[in-house]
Design a protein around this ligand. Structure first.
Ligand SMILES: [Zn+2]
Length: 284
C-alpha cells in the first residue's frame, strides 16, 4: 500500500512538473518518498508501464525507483523507429549530466524536426540517491554502472552480489530491454574526453571534434553499460567524460559549451535510418 501511494505521489509530481516553463526546474533533487527497501524486489520495482509504452507514448514516465525511493524519471520524445537512449548522472557525484540533459530536452522539444524518424529517451538522473548524497555509488555502496549483466560481469563489493541486483540498474535495463536502441549516449565526469564502446568509434571522433575534447579510449569495465550494450550487444555507446569543473557550471554555460556535441551525438543518423538526412558520400 505504501509503495502504491508512493508511486501515485511520484506520478502526480511528474504530471505537475512536466509542463514547467523553466527547464532546469524539471526534477532537481527529488525528496525521498520512503519506500521500504525490502519491498523493492525485482517484481516490485518493475516498470509501471509496459514495453509498448516506449513505442507509442511521450512525455515523462517513471522508469523505476532508487533504493531510498526516489523516482528515476525518463522523458520520451518523438515516435520514430530509431531509438536513442541518453543517460546522465549514473554516478551521483557527476552532476553535470542532469542539467545538460534537461537543456537537451528543452532544445528537442522546441525543434521537433530534429526528432523526425526517432524516439529519444532521456534519463537525466539515473542515480538520484547518489546525487542527493553527493556520492558516486547508490545507497548501499554499489556502482550502478558495474551491475549490468555483461558477459564480463563478476560479483564484487561495488559490482553487487548478482548482476541487476540494484534497482537503479534494473530501471535502465528495463528501458534498454523495452526497445533495442540504435545508440546509447551517457554523460559522466571527471575524466576529460569522449569514450566509446561497440561500433561507436567513428561517431565518437566527430563528437570529440565538435566538443573540442580528446578521444578517450578506456579499458573494459566489468558490468558497465558499455560492456553490456556496446561490447556484448554491438550497440554504439558514446560516453561524454566532462571535466570536474562542469559540476559547477551553470546550465546555460554547460549547454553553450557542450550542447552542440551532445546534439550531434543524438542527431547523427544511424546506419540504415533517416536516409534523407544521411551525410552525402564524398566524391572520388
Ligand atoms: Zn561516471
Amino acid at each position: 500500500m505504501r509503495a502504491l501511494c508512493a508511486i501515485a505521489l511520484a506520478l502526480l509530481a511528474g504530471a505537475c512538473l512536466a509542463p514547467a516553463k523553466e527547464v532546469d526546474a524539471y526534477f532537481p533533487v527529488v525528496p525521498a518518498v520512503r519506500i521500504d527497501p525490502a519491498s523493492l524486489t525485482p517484481k516490485g520495482d518493475a516498470l509501471p508501464v509496459g514495453p509498448d509504452h516506449f513505442r507509442t507514448a511521450g512525455g515523462w514516465t517513471v522508469l523505476g525507483w532508487s533504493l531510498e525511493g526516489r523516482p528515476i524519471h525518463c522523458l520520451l520524445l518523438g515516435h520514430g523507429p530509431e531509438f536513442i537512449v541518453v543517460v546522465g548522472t549514473v554516478h551521483g557525484d557527476e552532476p553535470a549530466g542532469g542539467p545538460l540533459l534537461r537543456r537537451l530536452a528543452a532544445h528537442l522539444e522546441a525543434r521537433p524536426e530534429l526528432l523526425k524518424g526517432k524516439q529519444i529517451a532521456l534519463v537525466p538522473v539515473a542515480n538520484p540517491d547518489g546525487l542527493a548524497h553527493g556520492v558516486r555509488l547508490n545507497a548501499r555502496g554499489r556502482d550502478i554502472n558495474r551491475n549490468f549483466p555483461s558477459n564480463n560481469w563478476l560479483p564484487g563489493e561495488r559490482r553487487g552480489p548478482a548482476a541487476l541486483s540494484e534497482p537503479e540498474t534494473r530501471a535502465l535495463f528495463h528501458l534498454l530491454s523495452a526497445r533495442r536502441p540504435q545508440r546509447i549516449v551517457t554523460v559522466h565526469q571527471p575524466m576529460v574526453g569522449i569514450n566509446w564502446d561497440g561500433p561507436g568509434k567513428a561517431l565518437a571522433g566527430r563528437v570529440a571534434a565538435t566538443a573540442r575534447l580528446p578521444m578517450l579510449p578506456m579499458r573494459e569495465r566489468r558490468g558497465s553499460i558499455g560492456s553490456y550494450a556496446g561490447r556484448d550487444r554491438n550497440i554504439p555507446v558514446i560516453t561524454f567524460e566532462l571535466p570536474q569543473a562542469a559540476a559547477t557550471m551553470r546550465p546555460g554555460r554547460l549547454w553553450a559549451r557542450y550542447g552542440r556535441a551532445l546534439l550531434l551525438s543524438v542527431s547523427w543518423p544511424s546506419p540504415g535510418s533517416n536516409p534523407g538526412l544521411r551525410p552525402r558520400a564524398s566524391k572520388r
